[in-house]
Design a protein around this ligand. Structure first.
Ligand code: C2E
Ligand code: MG
Ligand code: MG
Ligand code: MG
Length: 279
């Protein structure tokens, strides 16, 4: 290999790094504008009770409509928002918007639980407890209707601090859900320690649940142990009736997924809700 080639390679890497840094910087600037210009939207995905087949809740999922780049996935911009601290104003907007949606629905006779995703920085750095308290004070709904979802990797990052924050949140009466269960440290003893109300089985285990014996065993075990420990168990990413039927058979409590509905606007959501109530 010649020196010239080696040099070329080095240059290639540094160009790549610069491009990544640049695109992150551009996204940060765009995110600041998005906050100022109100470019976010909240979609809601129904949560279904497996026994009754009825909608029992909604998960709030953020969307960003950039005027130039179009729809940008939260998987792309939430990490940048985390790194830059912009997740704090964005997260506050999500929480308030989700609660406003709950109040709008209530006027239409729709009384559901609302799940909101909380990221690491929001959990540890923002005064999440004060924010949740003020939101609860502003709106007259049962605090237990509000469910805060966080991944176990967030909580195990600093267990001692996490336990203090969780206790304060619980004292406000809101519910705690462990999101994407099975992808992180996945210890059921953590679930017990964090005293969560709900565990959500990550969709990676649901995808092949009807064909893979291993995934079947995992999903069954999480459901069984979750119940023994007093949690509601929800499966993510259900895309067909076979997956739904398996989860029903093993007495999983709830599911979400494209099989029932993709995340939709609050207007579409209430149409779906009233449609199924009329049946
Ligand atoms: P998550 O909380 O685990 O949300 C579930 C994701 O799975 C959502 O993707 C949802 O649209 C998608 N999904 C639901 N059903 C199905 C299905 O049947 N098949 C497949 N393939 N996917 C399904 P989304 O909305 O793109 O959000 C991705 C992640 O971004 C979320 O994962 C969450 O970690 C994060 N996120 C979304 N909204 C917010 C937010 O408001 N705040 C924070 N901090 N994070 C958010
Ligand atoms: Mg979630
Ligand atoms: Mg999830
Ligand atoms: Mg997931």
């Amino acid at each position: 290999q010649s020196i010239a080639q080696g040099g070329g390679q080095l240059q290639f890497y540094s160009t790549e790094i610069n491009e990544r840094t640049l695109s992150r910087m551009r996204m940060e600037a765009d995110l600041r504008r998005a906050i100022a210009e109100d470019e976010f939207k909240l979609l809601l995905q129904p949560k279904i009770n497996l026994e009754s087949g009825k909608i029992v809740g909604a998960e709030a999922l953020i969307r960003w409509h950039d005027p130039v780049r179009g729809l940008i996935s939260p998987v792309e911009f939430i990490p940048v928002a985390e790194d830059t601290g912009l997740i704090l104003p964005i997260g506050e907007w999500v929480l308030r918007e989700a609660c406003n949606t709950m109040m709008t629905w209530r006027k239409q006779g729709i009384d559901l639980k609302m799940s909101v995703n909380i990221s690491a920085r929001q959990f540890f750095q923002a005064d999440l407890v004060a924010l949740v308290r003020s939101v609860l004070d502003e709106h007259k709904f049962e605090p237990s209707r509000l469910v805060l979802e966080m991944t176990e990797s967030i909580l195990v990052d600093d267990v001692q601090t996490a336990l203090v924050i969780l206790a304060q949140l619980r004292s406000l009466g809101v519910q705690i859900s462990i999101d994407d269960f099975g992808t992180g440290y996945s210890s059921l003893s953590y679930l017990k320690m964090f005293r969560a109300d709900e565990v959500k089985i990550d969709r990676a285990f649901i995808r092949d649940v009807t064909t893979s014996r291993e995934d079947q065993a995992l999903v069954y075990a999480i459901t069984y142990l979750g119940h023994e420990m007093g949690f509601t168990v929800c499966a993510e990413g259900v895309e067909d009736s076979e997956q739904r039927d398996y989860l029903h058979k093993i007495k999983c409590d709830e599911y979400q997924g494209f099989f029932f509905s993709k995340p939709v606007s609050h207007i579409e959501f209430s149409a779906i809700y009233h449609g199924q109530e009329a049946k």
